[in-house]
Design a binder for this molecule. Structure first.
Ligand SMILES: Nc1ncnc2c1ncn2[C@@H]1O[C@H](COP(=O)(O)OP(=O)(O)OP(=O)(O)O)[C@@H](O)[C@H]1O
Ligand SMILES: [Mg+2]
Length: 349
C-alpha cells in the first residue's frame, strides 16, 4: 500500500520522512472529511511531545448514523499509526450494561468471588501492547458508549479527567499515552430528521458549547446531553458528527471494497489467485443494491458478500476457476450477476 509521506526538518536540520496522518485517514475513510481533520492535530501534538500531562492525548465522541464510518475511522487510525487495524483496545459497552458486569472490565477485588478468574480487560501491559514501535500512542475504543452502565460511565469519567483507572486489585492504569474514542448513534433518528430539513448539515462541533445553532449539530448534542452528565461532556475534546453517506461516497467505498476483495483473493489463494473484472452495468447493480440509507455502507459489504464473494467461493469449490484464469463479472439477463471464468490463453488455445 502506498504511504503518503511529508518531509519535516528535525532539530539537526535533516529532512526526515513523516507520515501524513490526515492524508492516510482520508484514503481510508470516505466522505467524513471534517471528522478526520479534527482528529489528526491531536496525534501530531502527541508526536511532537506537546500533549498536556495528566489526561489522555485526545478524547473524541463520534456520533451519527449506523454504517457511516465511526468505528472504521478508529480502525483506520490504528492501521495508520501501528500498521494493523486491530492494534487497539476495543470495549463494547453493550457488554457492560448491568452494574455488576463492570467487574469484567476492571477485575474483581481480592477476596471477591471470581477474583482469580476475572482478568481485567484493560491493564497497563495491555495498553502498552496496543501501541507499537512506530508510535507509542495507544488507541482505546469504547463502542456504543450510550449503552454503558452508570458505573462504567463513572470509571470513564476518571479516565477522561485524570487519565487514571483503578483496577479491582487496587493497581492503577495510566491513560496519558492514549487516545480515547467513544462511538454512539444515540440521537441518530433526530439527526436524520434534522437532515431531511435541508443540506449543509454535519459539521464538527465542540462539546460543551452553546447548542443554539439549529439542525443536526443541535440534535446530536441534545441526545448527548440527555445521556451524559455535564462533567462527562466537558471532558470530551471533540464531538464529531458523522454524515449520512452520499451516493458518491458509497460509490468510492464500493471501489475500495472491490480492491480489498481482490487483495484478499491474492493473499488467501496465493498461486491459485485470479484477477477479476466487473463490467460497469454489474458495478452499477452492486451500487444500487448496496446503497441503503438505513444501514450506510454496511449494506454494501453484505451485497458484495452475497453477489460476489459467495458465488466466487462456490465456483472455487466446484473447481470452476482453473489456475491462472481471469474472471469477468457481468450483469445477467435474469437480473443477478453472471460470473464467467475465462481460461488463460495458453490453455484455451
Ligand atoms: N466513511 C466510510 N469510508 C469507508 N468505508 C466505510 C465508511 N463508512 C462505513 N464504511 C464501511 O462499512 C463498514 C461499517 O462501518 P462502521 O463499522 O464504521 O459503522 P459505524 O458508523 O461504526 O456504525 P454503528 O453505529 O452501527 O457502529 C466498515 O467496516 C467499512 O468497511
Ligand atoms: Mg461502530
Amino acid at each position: 500500500m502506498r504511504i503518503t509521506e511529508i518531509r519535516t526538518a528535525s532539530r539537526d536540520g535533516v529532512l526526515k520522512p513523516r507520515l501524513d496522518i490526515t492524508a492516510e485517514l482520508h484514503r481510508r475513510v470516505i466522505g467524513q472529511d471534517e471528522a478526520l481533520d479534527a482528529i489528526s492535530p491531536y496525534v501530531e501534538i502527541f508526536q511532537a511531545g506537546l500533549a498536556p500531562p495528566g489526561r489522555p492525548s485526545g478524547v473524541f465522541l463520534l456520533l451519527g448514523p449506523t454504517g457511516t464510518g465511526k468505528t472504521h475511522t478508529v480502525e483506520a487510525l490504528a492501521e495508520v499509526l501501528h500498521g494493523s487495524s486491530s492494534n487497539l483496545i476495543r470495549i463494547d459497552c453493550g457488554e457492560y450494561q448491568m452494574e455488576h458486569e463492570v467487574a469484567k472490565l476492571i477485575g474483581a477485588p481480592p477476596g471477591y468471588l471470581g477474583h482469580r478468574e476475572t482478568q481485567p480487560v484493560i491493564t497497563q501491559q495491555k495498553l502498552a501492547a496496543a501501541s507499537s514501535e512506530r508510535c507509542p500512542l495507544s488507541i482505546v475504543l469504547f463502542d456504543e458508549v450510550e449503552k454503558a452502565a452508570g458505573s462504567l460511565t463513572r470509571i470513564l469519567l476518571g479516565v477522561l479527567d485524570k487519565a487514571h483507572m483503578r483496577l479491582g486489585d487496587g493497581t492503577s492504569v495510566n491513560f496519558e499515552r492514549t487516545m480515547i474514542f467513544m462511538t454512539s448513534n444515540s440521537g441518530a433518528r433526530e439527526m436524520a430528521k434534522a437532515r431531511s430539513g435541508g443540506f449543509g448539515f454535519a459539521r464538527t462541533v465542540n462539546a460543551g458549547t452553546d447548542p443554539a445553532p439549529a439542525g443536526i449539530e443541535t440534535a446530536g448534542l441534545a441526545a448527548l446531553r440527555r445521556r451524559f452528565s455535564p462533567e462527562f461532556i466537558n471532558r470530551i475534546d471533540r464531538s464529531l458528527v458523522y454524515q449520512p453517506l452520499s451516493r458518491r461516497s458509497i460509490s468510492s467505498i464500493l471501489d475500495r471494497q472491490i480492491d480489498a476483495l481482490e487483495q484478499q483473493i491474492a493473499a488467501r489463494l496465493g498461486p491459485r489467485a485470479f484477477q477479476f473484472e466487473i463490467s460497469s452495468e454489474a458495478r452499477e447493480m452492486l451500487l444500487s443494491e448496496g446503497s441503503c440509507g438505513t444501514y450506510g455502507a454496511r449494506e454494501l459489504k453484505r451485497t458484495l458478500q452475497r453477489r460476489l464473494l459467495h458465488p466466487l467461493a462456490r465456483l472455487i469449490l466446484s473447481g470452476g476457476i482453473p489456475e491462472g484464469a481471469f474472471v469477468r463479472v457481468e450483469k445477467a439477463r435474469s437480473g443477478g450477476l453472471a460470473i464467467r471464468p475465462r481460461l488463460p490463453r495458453r490453455i484455451a488455445s
